[in-house]
Design a protein around this ligand. Sequence first.
Ligand code: ADP
Ligand code: NI
Length: 218
Amino acid sequence: MTTETPIINATKSFVKSELANAEGGHDWFHIERVYKNALLISKDENVNLEIIALGALLHDIADAKFHQGDESVGPKKAKDFLESIQADENVMEHVIKIIENISFKGGNFQQKFHSKELAIVQDADRLDALGAIGIARTFNYAGFKNRKLYDPEIAPQLNMTKEEYKIGDNPTINHFYEKLLLLKDRMNTKKGKELAEKRHQFMETFLEQFYAEWEGKI
Ligand code: ADP
Ligand code: NI
């Protein structure tokens, strides 16, 4: 299947314009990277590429973080849009489920819906939270929130509950321990795991260098 269908092209234009003023880590370029990652992972799998493409393109159309924590805005916006372009009913339902279930919710959250397509889009999104891009996005988001880079007195906490994770106004480095370093063990696909492993190593190296520089040891 080509990914240049009228439905997919219309979705790309819609997402681009909706995210025109988005924070730098959740903008159109994030969507484009996730879309590319998702198609790359899909090469090794027997899946519905239209669902993958639409799920990747629409997954952050209205992230709850930027909508007073309301998790219903994104799925609703995506549904209204897909209805407006007369997308297939089954495709639409599956895409909405992907949007509702893709997000990382801390240690104790049980995901309700499972499908190969969700697994792939989720891996693609998680890859963009790792490695050099992952580091850049994290500092950009924290800057947007006016957070400290690091504070040795506020120790990073592992395996936070959903509530603790949401409240988190912690220094930026803590986010590596709250989320980023946990992701490689949560990848769903073989290809996703391979790619995550490399990006994880890069973040470990970054953190070692960061602490060494912080202490004036290098
Ligand atoms: P998901 O894509 O799983 O829903 P988020 O949208 O919460 O995850 O996070 C995407 C990226 O935004 C993170 O990988 C990180 O780079 C940045 N980010 C989100 N929350 C925080 C935070 N509390 N501190 C620093 N960066 C964050
Ligand atoms: Ni995302």
